[in-house]
Design a protein around this ligand. Structure first.
Ligand SMILES: O=c1ccn([C@H]2C[C@H](O)[C@@H](CO)O2)c(=O)[nH]1
Ligand SMILES: [Zn+2]
Length: 135
């Protein structure tokens, strides 16, 4: 799929953000291997620590609908530089997406930073690390 299209999907997702506290809208569009797109937006809460980022919303929505294989993720916000995902999202992306999947960080000006999941969180703690040192 064309990356411009995926970025536009992320912009549409961003319009659905629920951000009464930060007023900072973020959108994500997650492309499945079979061509479906899951939207994610940030959803905030009066108990601030319960806020959920756009990236995790998209991934959790995809999982809840039975999708597990993804080919790209686009994220957009109104930032000077392409929006950098937070540490929590990097960790979740690292576990739920393949290490070589492409991530497109963008902003409303159209700047794009393309990187892989592995580059987003180098040396991530992953499920295989739970297996101990010497099995
Ligand atoms: O990559 C990011 C960075 C921040 N946020 C959200 C969390 C919070 O709702 C608001 C301000 O941090 O933006 C995201 O959704 N994704
Ligand atoms: Zn995040």
């Amino acid at each position: 799929m064309n990356i411009e299209l995926l970025m536009n999907e992320a912009k549409s997702a961003r319009e659905k953000a629920y951000v009464p506290y930060s007023k900072f809208k973020v959108g994500a569009a997650l492309l499945t291997e079979d061509g479906k797109i899951h939207h994610g937006c940030n959803i905030e809460n009066a108990a601030y620590s319960m806020c959920n980022c756009a990236e995790r919303t998209a991934l959790f929505k995809a999982y809840a609908e039975g999708d597990r294989k993804f080919s790209a993720l686009a994220v957009v916000a109104d930032t000077k530089r392409p929006v950098p995902p937070c540490g929590a999202c990097r960790q979740v992306i690292a576990e739920l997406c393949s290490q070589d999947m492409k991530v497109y960080l963008t902003n409303l000006k159209g700047d794009v930073q393309e990187l892989t999941v592995a580059a987003l969180l180098p040396d991530a703690f992953l499920p295989e690390d739970l297996n101990g040192e010497s099995n």
